[in-house]
Each structure stands twice: as C-alpha cells, then as structure tokens.
Design a protein around this ligand. Structure first.
Ligand code: KG4
Ligand code: ZN
Length: 348
C-alpha cells in the first residue's frame, strides 16, 4: 500500500499536541503566531489511587475514553475548527506502551483525515522544552535538571536534539522516592505534592538525613538508600502526625540539597550560565528556593516551566512538535510506532 503523507506547509502556525505516555491525557494547541497555548487535561489520579500506583491497562482504557472529548474541548477553547490545525505532535515514547499507542493512533488518524503532517515527540525532550513556554525563556546551550517520576538527570542541552547526559539516577528517581516515602507516611497517591505540603509543617533539624552520593565526584544520583534510611528512622518513632511532618521535612531537605549540590557542581564543571529545571518535581517550591540560592552567587540564570506545565501535559508536546515540524521533520508514513524506552542522548 502506498501512503501519502502531506509535507509540512511552509507557514506552520498551529500544532495540536497529544500526551498519553502515563496517567494524564493532555491535549494542547500551540499557536506560533502569538506564542500562545491552550490546553485541556484529564488526570487519572483518582482512577489509580486505590492501587497506590499507575495500572497500565486502566491507563490505556481511560485515555481512549477521554482523548476525543479533550481534543474537542481544546479546539473550542482555542476557538478554531480542525482544518485550522497545521500539524500534530504526539508522545512517541518513553512511556507505557498501551497508553502511548492511544495517542499515536489518534494523531495518525487525525493527521490522515486532515491531510497534515504528524510527528512523534520524545517525552523528556518535551519536558526540557516546557520552560520555553514561560515568559522568561532560556536559550541553548544550557544545563538541564530533569526531575520526574521516572527520571533524575543532569543534561547538557547543546541545541535542539543534542543532549549529553552528565548524570543519571542509579536507582529510584527523585519523584519516585518522594512517592514511595509519601506512601510510607500514609499520604495519598501520588505522594510528591502531598509530602511537600506536609513538609511545610515539619520542624527543621528534628531529623537529619544523609545527602546521598555527594562525596562522589561524578554527577549521578541515588535515592534508594535515603528512602530505606527514612523507613528505618520512621519505624523507631511513635509515628504520630507531628513526627510524620518532621520526617517529611527532613526527607525533602535531603533530596533538595542533593539535587542542588550536583547542579552547582555541573554548572562549575561545564561553565554554563543557564540552569533549566523541568519534570514533575520542578513544581517543588523548596527545590525552587534552593536552586535560586545556589545559582545567584554563580551568576547563573534559572528557568522553570510555568507551574501547570511541570507535570505531564499536552502543551510541552505541542511546543516540542512545533519546533521540529517547523524544521521540516515529520513522520515518514502512517505506521504507528511507539517506544517504551528511548534514551534522550540518541536524539538528533
Ligand atoms: O513529569 P511527571 O508528571 O511524570 C513523569 O514523567 O514521571 O512527574 C511526576 C512526578 C511524581 O513522582 C510526583 O510525585 C512528582 O513528580 N511531583 C512532585 C511535586 N509535584 C509533582 N514531587 C515533589 N514535590 C512536588 N511539588
Ligand atoms: Zn513526564
């Protein structure tokens, strides 16, 4: 069968973004003419909460239920009809295979029906580019700290598609550690934001937890030992609400300090003068404060995504897709290809 995929029109203006890599159905329309974005989002938190984590099959089924109503709602919000879309970007990976397939199939089908190009986007590259949707935008090259539920990485972002990994997590990601410790303290899923909230009520210095790997020269991370240490300390206490808050405080301080120390080292090592922080944990206020305090003396500019674009969303996919589609990239055919694992440093 021959498939004809329409080449990108020279003046690509509006890109529809579709994110379905995990437990959020995120849809957005990025309008390059006025650098604006409208988005609709459905979070499956309540669906997965009883299981204490994401159930992949339930996630895929819910994406199927929500994707079309959310696309319609995004078009309504933008005040446009489908023919006003010039290109479609969707998350190709990494992520849950069944969930990714829902977004990719929708994108390819719509692209074929509307006769416009589609492009599969790398989820982590899209997180890294989310700060470009803030009023205060970074410029390549920059150092990026990517902190999400699945990743903790320090990346030298040289240009679009040119990423060198300087540090990675050897075990649990920062967000994952937040979620696991939150579960241990009896907080609802997903625990990261709940633990951060509880930490604000904790007494500083009641407990002091280790800062993992800071005595090692490399830029890698490891949060699994800190999680086990926290569990050990918690078990020896009365486990009342006051103690839970103090432990949440000490744990957050340890994670945030560790991330900040490694960022400081990476900035000194690379000589880069911009630090971009992205991924779900970049919403953490204490992390934002700490990074401000380390970047100021280094004369380094600090960039974050808008708060509502830290966790998974369609806007970052629409924007990453726009940057690549407008360079002439697009899917070569109608084959639906998604990838569960996709190292960011293999991108070009
Ligand atoms: O980027 P994201 O939405 O999904 C992945 O691609 O992993 O990140 C979700 C992660 C979860 O682990 C969540 O608990 C964490 O980000 N998170 C936070 C905060 N908000 C979200 N962790 C700490 N403090 C927060 N305020
Ligand atoms: Zn993500």
């Amino acid at each position: 069968m021959t498939t004809v995929v329409k080449r990108l029109r020279p003046s690509i203006l509006r890109v529809l973004g579709i994110e379905t890599s995990c437990d959020e159905t995120g849809i957005a329309i990025y309008d390059s003419e006025n650098d604006s974005v409208v988005q609709t989002l459905f979070s499956q938190i309540e669906l997965h909460a009883p299981f204490g984590g994401v159930v992949p099959e339930l996630a895929s089924r819910d994406h199927i239920r929500k994707i079309i109503p959310l696309i319609r709602a995004a078009l309504d919000k933008a005040g446009i009809s489908p023919p006003s879309i010039n290109g479609i970007a969707y998350t190709k990976g990494p992520g849950l295979m069944g969930a990714l397939l829902v977004g990719a199939t929708m994108a390819k089908t719509l692209g074929f029906a509307l006769d416009i190009p589609t492009l599969g986007v790398h989820h982590l590259e899209a997180h890294l580019l989310a700060p470009f949707l803030s009023a205060d935008k970074p410029q390549f090259p920059f150092l990026a700290l990517l902190v999400s539920g699945g990743h903790t990485m320090l990346i030298e972002a040289k240009a679009l598609g040119h990423y060198q990994i300087l540090g990675d997590t050897l075990d649990d990601a920062a967000g994952e550690a937040f979620d696991k410790v939150a579960k241990l303290l009896g907080l609802p899923y997903p625990g990261g934001p709940a633990l951060a909230k509880l930490a604000t009520q904790g007494v500083p210095n009641r407990f002091h937890f280790p800062r993992p790997m800071i005595n090692r020269p490399e830029l890698n991370f490891s949060f699994s030992g800190l999680k086990t240490h926290t569990l050990g300390v918690f078990k020896k206490t009365h486990q009342d609400e006051k103690i839970k808050a103090d432990i949440a405080h000490a744990f957050q301080e340890a994670v945030v300090d560790t991330l900040a120390i490694k960022c400081e080292r990476a900035l000194k090592k690379t000589g880069l003068k911009q630090l971009v922080v992205a991924g779900g944990v970049s919403a953490n206020i204490r992390l934002r404060e700490k990074l401000h305090s380390i970047t100021k003396p280094l004369n380094t500019q600090l960039f974050f995504p808008p708060l509502d674009l830290c966790t998974d969303n369609g806007a970052m996919i629409a924007y990453a897709g726009y940057l690549r589609l407008s360079k002439g990239e697009h899917d070569p055919d109608l084959a639906i290809q998604t990838v569960a694992r996709w190292p960011i440093d293999t991108l070009r």
